[in-house]
Design a protein around this ligand. Sequence first.
Ligand code: NAX
Length: 327
Amino acid sequence: MKSPIRVAVTGAAGQIGYSLLFRIASGAMFGPDQPVILQLIEAPIEKALKALEGVAMELDDCAFPLLHGIVQTSDPAIGFKDANWCLLIGAKPRGPGMERADLLKDNGRIFTAQGKIIDEVAAADARVAVVGNPANTNCMIAASHAKRLPADRFTAMVRLDQNRAQSQLAKKAGVPLAAVQNIFIYGNHSPTMFPAFAQATIGGKPAPAVIPDLAWLQGSFCETVGKRGAAIIAARGASSAASAANALVDHVRSLVTPGAIHSVAVKSNGAYGFDANVWAGVPVRTTTPGSYEILTGHAMDDFAKSKLAATNKELTDERALVAELLG
Ligand code: NAX
């Protein structure tokens, strides 16, 4: 049996947390032979901490053999202590009438503090995955406050968008999901993201050859993927949770599986014309567990270039709005 790894999860009593923790503890994220210690972090609010107690009780009641311990805390210094993976889900939601700039700043303050404390107390091999929105910019802020951990340890999740795009293409083509490959998400986790359909393959053929409907690919496909979160809120009365948790399982599982090729928001370093200092969705290949290289060889046509420019502009605008919070 391997020795357990420590997995810190913020927002652990929230709706994504409730769909996520049981899958981590069952082995879906790190594999069936990897024990875990869950370090659950909640906001210092009585109701949230009480809910967290209930979640921990349910985790106990699952009797997962791989779950070697549960920490419950509202103190990030305890929650992130020696963590090998830090899954940052907790964030302030956008309230009625709240400006996006205020949301960026309020969350920026949370991720400033978390970036600092993770850098101080997490394990030397710590990896960070950000889900809390605005995920790309929150991730950039947290990374900017880390002096010990390099920037490439900080990733943000665009895997839900990739999964959504894969599913839409499979439905349209009338093929099983696994027939759709190489569909990658570029840019921000927001409606400006670009699901690069021209690079995707369906049954080994270019997607536009199998779906010869450019108007659909450029229009309704991109729009459905980009606005899927809002469509789910409209239908369900609550934001995507189970699919977001599932995507985080996929995000981390792919990052610990050498050879996996998948979409992750990482420090762009100028890839695909993104501003070098923003965190943008790009295709990566996992090299060794937890490490990756950006795949830079994909050609972009004029339509793709215009989409990339738009999502890059949104990321640089967000960066400008939080400039005072960057370390
Ligand atoms: P919930 O409101 O159900 O849960 C959030 C939890 O975080 C709450 O229990 C809250 O007490 C806790 N929290 C708040 N601030 C905290 C802090 N500083 N430290 C620790 N815990 C804190 O939201 P949920 O539906 O779980 O969504 C969480 C975040 O994921 C939101 O920001 C949401 O926008 C984002 N999403 C990101 C997605 C992505 O693909 N990147 C998709 C799904 C989701 O919308």
